[in-house]
Design a protein around this ligand. Structure first.
Ligand code: HPA
Ligand code: ZN
Length: 340
């Protein structure tokens, strides 16, 4: 990015949570290359530079095609542990104190990688992050919405022996044509198992999908939600319910959800009283981890230090931590801001 400003330095030291991160989207080209060779998996690139050069997307599907192809290099428990720990090292460097991370089990089980290999590897990375970096986290099992409801149910069934490792379920992949209503029953079953519910909605899909996520899935948090801004009654409802939106500025730019970061809806969302958080989504593919999302957005739209502080507080408030844990972390943000 351009020259670093006093606000960038403030952002760098600000304690924050990351609530929208796909662990498969943190696979850096170097690790992709290394694992492709070690695991003898063919990838359509002959260098790390060629991998990076391929990251030029016109929409969500363009990205997803490359993202699923990249995930094919992940085979062993150790691969998933490395992947997770590498993300937590980056997150810790950005002063992320807590991360709630998605993983897509179907991307792996459909290639023959056992569910347990994926989960045990990720949990090993999570445990190391807590012990060695002091970053706490939770795992969110995300259903691929381009697949069927039956397949989502089968995934939930496969997850049952590992249920205590999960804080919630999510819904991701190709949005348009796969509305939340398709997964109403599986989300009800997940809720009965005591899991929190998140869904990507309003990234490319219309405001009606956000309404469905609220009314039919009864979600606890919305991932993205950008297109809610097209519907006045929805804006009022999201504000009244203080529903957390996990917004991802650099993702929105790379996937052409916004043409320019200057056009990003975050300032308007804040002005309308929405409970917004900033996150990196798939940082390896979109050009920046969480601090880069804060800094580039702040510079493009002119966020104030107070707004940036509010976004960090929102990240803890919107997490699935306990009330006590949230209060402790929010008071850390407040002391940091007071010293600021
Ligand atoms: N949207 C939908 N599915 C995804 C995304 C996203 O931004 N990232 C990874 N899977
Ligand atoms: Zn996402």
């Amino acid at each position: 990015m351009a020259q670093s400003s006093p606000l960038d330095a403030y952002i760098a030291g600000l304690p924050k949570a990351e609530l929208h991160l796909h662990i498969e989207g943190s696979l850096e080209p170097e690790l992709m290359f290394e694992l492709a060779q070690r695991n003898n998996v063919a990838i359509p690139y002959d260098s790390v530079q060629a991998v990076r050069a391929a990251y030029d997307f016109s929409n969500l599907q363009d990205f997803l095609d490359i993202y699923y192809a990249g995930a094919a290099v992940l085979l062993t428990r150790q691969d998933f542990e490395y992947l997770a720990f590498a993300y937590f090292q980056r997150a810790a460097a950005d002063n992320v104190r807590h991360a709630e991370i998605f993983f897509d089990p179907q991307t792996h089980t459909d290639r023959g990688v056992p569910f347990g290999v994926v989960v045990e590897g990720l949990i090993a990375g999570i445990d190391r992050a807590k012990a060695e970096l002091g970053v706490s986290s939770g795992l969110i099992l995300s259903f691929l919405r381009h697949l069927t409801e039956d397949e989502a149910f089968a995934t939930l069934e496969a997850a049952k022996p590992y249920l205590h490792h999960f804080i919630g379920v999510g819904l991701d992949s190709s949005e348009v044509g796969h509305p939340p209503s398709k997964f109403q029953r599986v989300f009800a079953a997940a809720r009965d198992l005591g899991l929190k519910l998140c869904a990507h909605a309003g990234e490319e899909g219309p405001p009606a999908y956000v309404h469905e996520a609220l009314d039919l899935l009864h979600i606890d948090r919305i991932d993205h939600g950008n297109r809610s801004m097209e519907d006045e009654s929805l804006i009022a409802r999201l504000a009244a319910e203080q529903m957390t939106l996990t917004v991802c500025p650099l993702s929105n730019l790379k996937l052409c959800v916004v043409k320019d970061l200057k056009d990003h809806p975050v300032p308007e969302m804040l002005r309308r009283g929405l409970h917004v958080t900033l996150n990196s989504d798939d940082p390896s593919y979109f050009g920046g981890y969480v601090n880069e999302n804060y800094s580039q957005l702040a510079q493009a739209v002119g966020l104030t230090r107070e707004q940036v502080t509010q976004l960090a507080k929102n990240s803890f408030e919107g997490s699935f931590l306990s009330t006590e844990e949230k209060a402790t972390l929010i008071s850390e943000v407040e002391s940091y801001a007071a010293k600021g």
